[in-house]
Write a protein that binds this ligand. Structure first.
Ligand code: NAD
Ligand code: MG
Length: 389
């Protein structure tokens, strides 16, 4: 029987994965969560997991108690998450949020497992490193971000050299129609709503600021090996076209469906087959209109920053992601305004572009994590200075 593990099982992607696994013919090796012991234990029980790991070490006694009598081993801590990811499995879902997903994903790849990659931050932070690591261990990476799954599906059996453009669709997030001056005053609650997708809090805010799309542009460049100018972001408020690829003959292949992450997760789970999935079907007759618009870069500075990061190369992606995570922490804590997030990322990139490492291709995980750490510290210092000013 196929062995599978889920990293970040208690999150939004993790729950959608759980939903597909509960009816699948698989043996579950490891499930990991951040803090939600009750949910992790319930999933482990339902899937008869070998091991359940909670990232917060202090919660080990609670997890042990919750797993009593189940036969599932309990473990806790960051290192235990990495160890769980290293247990032999055929397929591993990487759905931890943020750069915290990088090391566990690398550990899974080192076993030769197929990595279903929802954690886009891994490719943004250390794209070339992850891809060479996967190649070295003959491990496959399958994209789970809906856009990248759509592109991957549109590219099946195609010759990459015939691709002229990748059209990355963006809903525009929950604040798409707000006037710019009102955006500056957007609260946490305002930014936490999404018109089409139900997702984790962090990615929902990133959708409103378009930092999510900025990460995805870099993710697409890394994963598909296209040049930055081949990637075009298109606002498509209905989220029906999940992304598209244009070929040199002018043909465009688009992936369409209801906005449900189980499309992309299910495709990665069953690849190279297409299995039946419990997703709602599209009804063209009642769909109404599909609309498109070019994004306004003054409104979404994150998209401009993504271009600068791709031009800089080296460890710029690691700085970009870490500064973005720090800016998001500050926004959630109420110490930074919505539009100031991009200002903070810009200021951090400028400050760290003077570091000699910034322009180097990452040689190993330690170097990436050191840059990630430095970028968070720098961003935090800049935000603190702004707070005092
Ligand atoms: P989420 O916040 O709902 O869940 C994140 C998971 O990671 C949870 O299980 C959480 O407990 C765990 N976690 C958080 N911090 C951790 C840490 N430091 N160490 C170990 N575990 C930790 O997030 P999500 O929306 O499910 O997103 C997960 C990833 O998938 C992100 O990289 C996101 O960008 C990507 N993604 C999500 C969606 C979506 O629809 N939610 C779509 C595309 C891509
Ligand atoms: Mg996406």
């Amino acid at each position: 029987m196929r062995k599978v593990s889920v990293l970040g099982a208690t999150g939004s992607i993790g729950e959608s994965t759980f939903d597909l696994l509960k009816d699948a013919d698989v043996a579950v090796v490891a499930l990991t969560g951040g803090r939600n012991v009750a949910r992790l234990a319930a999933q482990a029980r339902a899937l008869r997991a070998e091991v359940a790991v909670i990232a917060d070490e202090a919660l080990l006694p609670d997890l042990r108690a919750a797993l009593t009598g189940t036969g599932t081993e309990a473990a806790a801590g960051t290192q235990a998450v990495i160890e769980a990811a290293s247990r032999p499995a055929d397929w591993v879902m990487s759905a931890i949020v943020g750069a915290a997903g990088l090391a566990p994903g690398m550990a899974a790849l080192a076993t030769g497992a197929t990595l279903a990659l929802a954690n886009k931050e891994s490719l943004v932070t250390a794209g070339p490193l992850i891809l060479s690591h996967a190649a070295q261990h003959q491990a496959r990476i399958l994209p789970v971000d809906s856009e990248h799954s759509a592109i991957f599906q549109a590219l099946a059996h195609e010759d990459l050299s015939t691709v002229t453009r990748i059209l990355l669709t963006a809903s525009g997030g929950g604040l798409r129609d707000w006037p710019l001056e009102r955006l500056a005053r957007a609260t946490l609650q305002d930014a936490c709503t999404h018109p089409n997708w139900a997702m984790g809090q962090r990615i929902t805010i990133d959708s409103a600021s378009m930092f999510n799309k900025a990460l995805e542009v870099i993710e697409a460049r890394e994963f598909f090996g296209v040049t930055p100018d081949q990637i075009e972001v298109v606002i498509h408020p209905q989220s029906i076209i999940h992304s598209a690829v244009e070929f040199q003959d002018g043909a465009i292949m688009a992936h369409m469906g209801t906005p449900d992450m189980r499309h992309a997760i299910g495709y990665a789970l069953n690849w190279p087959h297409r299995a039946a999935l419990p997703v709602k079907r599209l009804d063209f007759a009642t769909l109404g209109g599909l609309t498109f618009a070019a994004p306004d870069l003054t409104r979404y500075p994150a998209l401009r920053l993504a271009r600068e990061v791709m031009a800089a190369g080296g460890l710029a992606g690691a700085v970009f992601n870490a500064a973005k995570e720090s800016a998001l922490d500050h926004f959630i804590a109420g110490t930074l305004g919505f539009l100031q997030m991009a200002d903070l990322v810009q200021a951090t990139l400028t400050a760290l572009s003077r570091e000699s490492d910034f322009h180097q291709s990452p040689k190993g995980l330690a170097q990436v994590l050191a840059m990630d750490h430095l970028a968070r510290k720098t961003a935090h210092q800049i935000a603190a200075e702004w707070g005092r000013a």
